[in-house]
Design a protein around this ligand. Sequence first.
Ligand SMILES: [Zn+2]
Length: 268
Amino acid sequence: MVDNGDVPNGDKAALLTLYDSYENQAGHISEQEHNSIPKPTAAKIHDAYAKTTNKMDNTKKVLTYGKYYYIREELMNGVRLCPLCGIAQDLTLDHYMPQSKYPALSMFRQNLVPVCSACNRSKNAQPYTDFIHPYYFIPPTLKKIFLNATIKIHKNSLCVFLDIDETAFTDYTVVERLRSHLKGINSEFRLQNAIISFLQECFVGKYNNEKEIINALPSIMDTYQLYGINHWRLAVLRGIYDVYRRGEIDKFIQVLQYITEESRDQAI
Ligand SMILES: [Zn+2]
């Protein structure tokens, strides 16, 4: 959808062409294409973005409604988890192609993605091409698994490595982008930490031995099916079967228990 409220009539056609091009290139335009919009118009569009927020005047205790607040509201409606990391719920609105460099795209809904504040920060610190565009990324097929997790067990710690199965893709640039995406959402180890919390939530204090865990795994996986087979939660649960094949389930549960007790002690 398009909101041309602040755009001079003479530039509307060029803006629509730019939007079409963005859609045709699945979330991308060239700088040259962006330059087809006169700078003052691009600046106007950029300024209009501030009107997508409501502002509270604390001294007068009055809330000023942004003229375009409805855009933010509509885009965030029904989004429960950040589509980039699948970890957090504190949604902000991110410009997939940055508004600083592409001001003419500041109000284009296809370029506005609700993401969590941590992902927003990571994205701002890196080229946008390091991340997938949630509106345009198409998995090879809905049933093909391409995200795998390997759980390594050390003496007192667990390390989980996520990787992309290259054979699932014909276009290697997609593989590279998914790999840099995984790296980007793990800044300050937040994905690793989320994985450990998830494992604790699933297993600690619930199962006592290998047999109980292996018997329970299919139903635990069922609980998370809705996330999609290539969500990291499902990949990590599949990784448990590999731990089982290596004969390390008991060790896995001992270490997980140890980490849980240690973090509890630290909290006290
Ligand atoms: Zn996120």
